[in-house]
Design a protein around this ligand. Structure first.
Ligand code: MZP
Length: 500
């Protein structure tokens, strides 16, 4: 046997050391743009994300709804492949055909109707948001909307025209796409997010977002969000049915593929990539993985992968290490693969982005992964907690939770992810079925995470991820300094103790 001299390390064992922060190094100047696919020295990647986040290729994480939300936030989802080709294609098409703007309900009023008319219509239909159009028809020009907030504010002004209290279209930008206001129910203004949450008939939550700086010359909401362009979306594939799945996904307009496997250092992946290259040349982008060392990286790089995913056994729901005894601490895996990627770049002039997949527990782990050389980060648990994930929200005890199950659990039965040839089927489980604490909306949580990352990057004197790769200085921590890192030697107040 060959023994690695260094132990297998995790993110928890590292910290960043600050560099000089220059005056221009402020969060507003930091860009988190990241390459998704390989590119030659001096060029830029043909596919990039504005934030270095990918949602995991999992049933409990990445469906079409998550994919749209991720794309709207500047990241990317890889729609899970553990479903029929047909169902996966439907999801990809839903993302690609997603149209910005919103359809006006059949229950409209004109600006000259009164608040009394609004209340009457509300009573009759149950809708608490009413669209106001020029002529009161659903196809008429949209002038604004009246929400339940307006009714509350203006109870005494029942005879005043709507125009006095409606939210004009000029202040409205529609984050929702595809449902009619008439499909919506139970609308309550969200003061914190400054937007109007809408739940459609499939119980999915959408938002109408209001923005003050809206360009008044542009009246068509369709023109406002991202033009006729469609959202970028990825999809997971496997090494069994790729001759059927890949053409169907390509036809549906998928932007990038990723071979979804717990162990990517295999001839099966080489064959799959080679099929894609033979059939589509460089046109169709495909990532490979997962690997945890230089050998695995080089194998997939030579096989032609456009990006390479790193991580075995570190996922929050993963029991591969317990079941099979393979894997590697995520930090060690990443550090090794990043070094191999840099060496490969120096030798060939080809930069292959690497994605750190799984094992992110705290937001700062994301920053550490970027510092260690990851170009983007794939997460499951993180995204499963949000409204946009495809799973049920439940109340367990006094807490709200969302379901989150592993691809190698009996629930998902994604045997292709663990396929090593031979018989089809999942022989033993490599993951668990679990709950994660419900955490609210993707957008709000992402904004918080991103501000932490940017702030740390400023402390480390870096304005971009590539600069961070070069400048970051990391230190291993001892177990005693780990204690020093949390609140210690004080009595931490909580509501019960302090009586607040
Ligand atoms: P995490 O973000 O929840 O820690 O990890 C998500 C990652 O765990 C996924 O992207 C995938 O690589 C991995 N995963 C998914 N299912 C299993 C399993 O059944 C698994 N063991 O390890």
């Amino acid at each position: 046997a060959i023994y690695f001299s260094e132990p297998s390390r995790t993110f928890n064992e590292y910290l960043l050391i600050p560099n000089l922060t220059t005056k221009s190094c402020i969060p507003a100047n930091v860009t988190l743009k990241a390459p998704l696919v390989k590119f030659n020295k001096g060029e830029t990647s043909p596919l990039q994300v504005n934030i270095p986040f990918a949602s995991a290729i999992m049933q409990a994480v990445s469906d079409n709804r998550m994919a749209v939300a991720m794309a709207q936030c500047g990241g990317i989802s890889f729609i899970y492949g553990s479903q029929s080709v047909r169902d996966q294609v439907v999801m990809v098409k839903k993302v690609k055909n997603y149209k910005a703007g919103f359809v006006v309900s059949r229950c409209n009023l004109t600006p000259n109707h009164t608040l009394q008319d609004v209340l009457h219509l509300k009573e009759k239909t149950g809708y608490s948001t009413i669209a106001v159009t020029e002529d009161g028809t659903s196809t008429g020009k949209l002038l604004g909307i009246v929400t339940s907030r307006d009714y509350r504010l203006s109870r005494d002004d029942r005879n005043k025209p709507i125009s006095e209290f409606m939210t004009p279209f000029s202040e409205l930008i529609c984050g929702k796409i595809g449902i009619t206001l008439s499909d919506a129910n139970d609308l309550i203004w969200d003061h914190k997010l400054n937007c109007l949450p809408i739940i459609d008939d499939t119980q999915h939550l959408h938002y109408l977002v209001f923005r003050k700086d809206y360009d008044r010359n542009k009246e068509n909401p369709n023109e406002l969000l991202d033009g006729n362009k469609s959202y970028v979306v990825g999809a997971g594939i496997n090494t069994r049915d790729y001759e059927e799945r890949v053409p169907a996904l390509v036809q549906a307009g998928v932007d990038i593929l990723c071979i979804d496997s717990s162990d990517g250092y295999s001839e099966w992946q080489q064959e799959t990539i080679s099929y894609i290259r033979k059939t589509y040349g460089k046109e169709v982008k495909v990532g490979g993985g997962n690997v945890v060392d230089k050998e695995g990286f080089l194998f997939l790089a030579e096989a032609g992968a456009d990006f390479i995913k790193v991580g075995i056994g570190g996922g929050s729901i993963c029991i591969t290490r317990e079941q099979k005894g393979i894997g590697r601490g995520q930090a060690s895996a990443l550090i090794d693969v990043a070094a191999a990627r840099n060496e490969y770049f120096e030798q060939t002039g080809v930069y292959i982005p690497i994605c750190s997949d799984g094992g992110i527990v705290h937001d700062y782990h994301i920053t550490l992964a970027l510092a260690m050389g990851a170009d983007f980060i794939m997460m499951g648990r993180y995204f499963a907690r949000f409204d946009e994930s495809p799973t049920r929200k439940l109340k367990v005890g006094n807490n709200y939770v969302k379901e989150y199950w592993a691809e190698g659990s009996n629930r998902a039965r994604n045997w292709q992810r663990y396929d090593l040839g031979g018989e089809k089927g999942l022989v033993f489980e490599e993951g668990v079925d679990s709950y994660v604490p419900y955490a609210g909306s993707l957008r709000e949580n992402l904004a918080n995470t991103i501000s932490k990352i940017k702030s740390t990057m400023c402390s480390c004197g870096s304005l971009s991820i590539s600069e961070f790769h070069q400048k970051a200085r990391l230190t291993l921590i001892s177990s005693t300094s780990l204690v020093e890192g949390g609140a210690h030697d004080v009595i931490v107040k909580d509501n019960q103790l302090s009586g607040e």
